[in-house]
Design a protein around this ligand. Structure first.
Ligand code: GLN
Length: 556
C-alpha cells in the first residue's frame, strides 16, 4: 500500500494547509518518490460547483471534468501532476453513495451509522486512490480546522487507518504561533490546545508546521515539543514568506522531507538531497525580476482574490517566463460602467477579462473590451471573457446593437452566445456544464497556433453557453478570426483579431493548466505583449520596486 501523510490544520483557517501539502508533495517528488495528493472536504455539497466564488473561491476543474477545491490547483502546480475526480472527496459524496446503497438494500437488516459505515467509505476512498495511482506516498489533506463538528468522521477515519497500518501513516498538523505585540513575544498556547484537541480524538500529531510572523528560536520550539509530545526536530517553523513558491524551500531547510522519509521508513531512492534547482531559479525570477508591467483584471469578484487563484498564479508563471513582475490592478466591472473605460484603464499595459456567471457587470466588461480593441492594449479573455469579446465585436464592428448572450438577455435578436440543444434541456445545476478537457484544433498561422507551437491542443472547460455558429460567417467576414475549433464538434473555442497587437479570447480555462515549470503559452505571450506595450507607453519596462509599493498601497 501507499504510505500516507495526513495533513490537518488547527487554531484558525487559512493557514495554508493546501500549500503545505503541495510543498511536501514537491519535496518528496524531488527525492524520487511517486507522490499524489488528495483533499477531503467535510462540507455536505457534492462538490464546490454550485457554491458562490464569494464563499468558496475558485472552482478548480480537472481533466476528467470534476469541479473541485482550489487546493487541487496548488497540488497540480507544485507536483506538476494531472489530478482526477478521486482526488477530492466531500462528505456529500460519501453520504450520497452510502444513502444510495441503503435504498438499494445493501445494508438490509442493519442500522447505517457514522462508525463504521461513513468511516469505512472514507477509508476506502483514501486507500483506493493509493492503489489506483500506485503512489509511494499519498498525502491526504483534511479541510477545515480541528474541532469542527463536520470534520470528525474524517479524523476518525484516519485515526483508524493509523491503528490498522501503524508504520504507514504520519500526521502533520499545521498550526499558528501568533506574535502578541503587547507581550513582545510569540505564544504557544493555541498550538498546545489544538494538538490536545487532536489527542482527545485519538490522534497524536507527529510533525508540527508552525506558521508565524517571526522566526521561532530553539527555546520556543523546545517548549512546543515538550507540551505537544513531539521531538524538537519535528517542530518546524513556517515563517511568513513573500511568495508561496518559497514555502517548499523553507520546509526543506527545516528538515520536513528528511523527517517524513525517516518516520515512514521510505527507501532511499538515490535522489538525496532533493534536486530543487529548477524550483529555486523559478522562485528567484518571481521574487527578483528585471522587468515589469501592469495588467488590469476586470471582474466581478475582485475583492475575493481566491476566486481568481489560478489566473493569478498563471500570471506569476508567465511573468517569470518573461523575467517580469506582473502587477495586477483589480477592477470591478461596475467601476468601468460608472467612470468609463478610459478613466479606469487608460494607463495599464494589458487587460484581462476572466470567467464569470450572471448578468451583473457585463456592460463594464464590454466597455473594457471595446477600450482594448480600439486603443491597441493587449487583451486576453477567458471563458466569459471570450463571450463578452464576441458580443462587443458583434455590437461595434458588425453593427448589431442588441447583440448579447441568452444568459444575459434572452430577448435579444442577435444571440451571438447561446445555449446548444444539449444544455437547453438541462434542469439540474450541479455538474451539468461542459466540463473538463476537450481537444481543440488551431488555425495555422494564427496568434494561438504561434503561441502553442502545435496544431492541436487540449484545454479544460467549465461553461454552459457557446458562440452561436449561426453568426460565425458574418463575424468572420467582418474580421474576427475563429482560430480554435473543438475536435469532433462544431464549437468555436478561440477568437482573435489580426489587426491588433495582441487580442485573443478563449472559451476554455487555460489558467488551470499553467505550471511554474511550464508557464502557459497564451499567458506567456499575453504578458510579453503587455511588456512591449509598456515600453511603448512609458519608455522602458525596468523593474522598479517603488511601483510595487504604490500598487500595494492602492490595494490596501
Ligand atoms: N457564464 C458563462 C457560461 O456559462 C461563462 C462561464 C465561465 O466563465 N466559466 O457559459
Amino acid at each position: 500500500m501507499s504510505k500516507i501523510v495526513v495533513v490537518t490544520g488547527g487554531v484558525v483557517s487559512s493557514l495554508g494547509k493546501g500549500i503545505a501539502a503541495a510543498s511536501l508533495g514537491l519535496l518528496l517528488k524531488s527525492r524520487g518518490f511517486r507522490v499524489t495528493i488528495q483533499k477531503l472536504d467535510p462540507y455536505l455539497n457534492i462538490d464546490p460547483g454550485t457554491m458562490s466564488p464569494f464563499q468558496h473561491g475558485e472552482v478548480f476543474v480537472t481533466d476528467d471534468g470534476a469541479e473541485t477545491d482550489l487546493d487541487l490547483g496548488h497540488y497540480e502546480r507544485f507536483t506538476n501532476a494531472s489530478l482526477t475526480r478521486s482526488h477530492n472527496v466531500t462528505a456529500g459524496q460519501v453520504y450520497d453513495s452510502i444513502l444510495s446503497r441503503e435504498r438499494r438494500g445493501d445494508y438490509l437488516g442493519r442500522t447505517v451509522q457514522v462508525i463504521p459505515h461513513v468511516t469505512d467509505e472514507i477509508k476506502k476512498r483514501i486507500l483506493g486512490l493509493g492503489l489506483a495511482t500506485e503512489a509511494d506516498v499519498l498525502i491526504v489533506e483534511i479541510g477545515g480546522t480541528v474541532g469542527d463538528i463536520e470534520s470528525l468522521p474524517f479524523l476518525e477515519a484516519v485515526r483508524q487507518l493509523k491503528l490498522e497500518h501503524r508504520r504507514e501513516v504520519v500526521f502533520v498538523h499545521v498550526t499558528l504561533v501568533p506574535f502578541i505585540k503587547a507581550a513582545g513575544e510569540v505564544k504557544t498556547k493555541p498550538t498546545q490546545h489544538s494538538v490536545k484537541e487532536l489527542r482527545e480524538i485519538g490522534i497524536q500529531a507527529d510533525i508540527l508546521l508552525c506558521r508565524s510572523e517571526v522566526a521561532l528560536d530553539s527555546e520556543v520550539r523546545e517548549k512546543i515539543a515538550l507540551f505537544c509530545n513531539v521531538p524538537t526536530e519535528a517542530v518546524i517553523a513556517a515563517t511568513d514568506v513573500k511568495s508561496i513558491y518559497e514555502v517548499p524551500l523553507v520546509f526543506h531547510e527545516g528538515g520536513l522531507d528528511d523527517l517524513v522519509v525517516e518516520m515512514l521508513g521510505l527507501p532511499d531512492k538515490g535522489v538525496m538531497p532533493p534536486d530543487l534547482s529548477a524550483w529555486q531559479s523559478f522562485e528567484a525570477r518571481v521574487t527578483r525580476p528585471r522587468r515589469q508591467c501592469e495588467i488590469a483584471i476586470v471582474g466581478k469578484y475582485t475583492h475575493v482574490r481566491d476566486a481568481y487563484k489560478s489566473v493569478i498564479e498563471a500570471l506569476v508563471h508567465a511573468g517569470s517566463a518573461n523575467d517580469a513582475r506582473v502587477h495586477l490592478r483589480w477592477v470591478e466591472s461596475s467601476e468601468v460602467e460608472a467612470r468609463g473605460a478610459a478613466a479606469v484603464l487608460g494607463d495599464v499595459d494589458g487587460i484581462l477579462v476572466p470567467g464569470g456567471f450572471g448578468e451583473r457587470g457585463i456592460e463594464g466588461k464590454v466597455a473594457a473590451v471595446r477600450h482594448a480593441r480600439e486603443t491597441g492594449v493587449p487583451f486576453f479573455g477567458l471563458c466569459l471573457g471570450m463571450q463578452v469579446a464576441t458580443i462587443e465585436f458583434a455590437r461595434s464592428v458588425v453593427g448589431w446593437a442588441d447583440a448579447n448572450s441568452s444568459e444575459f438577455d434572452p430577448q435579444s435578436e442577435h444571440k451571438v452566445i447561446d445555449l446548444l440543444a444539449d444544455q437547453a434541456n438541462v434542469t439540474d445545476k450541479g455538474g451539468t456544464m461542459r466540463l473538463g478537457a476537450y481537444r481543440c484544433a488551431l488555425r495555422a498561422g494564427s496568434l494561438a497556433a504561434r503561441a502553442y507551437g502545435r496544431p492541436e491542443i487540449e484545454e479544460r472547460h467549465r461553461h454552459r453557453y457557446e458562440l452561436n455558429n449561426k453568426y460565425a460567417q458574418q463575424l468572420t467576414s467582418r474580421g474576427l478570426v475563429l482560430s480554435g475549433k473543438c475536435v469532433g464538434r462544431e464549437l468555436i473555442e478561440i477568437v482573435e483579431l489580426p489587426d491588433h497587437p495582441w487580442f485573443l479570447a478563449v472559451q476554455f480555462h487555460p489558467e488551470l493548466k499553467s505550471r511554474p515549470q511550464d508557464p502557459h503559452p497564451l499567458f506567456r505571450d499575453f504578458v510579453r505583449a503587455a511588456l512591449e506595450r509598456r515600453v511603448a507607453r512609458v519608455g522602458d519596462d525596468n523593474y522598479d520596486s517603488a511601483v510595487e509599493r504604490v500598487v500595494e498601497k492602492a490595494e490596501a
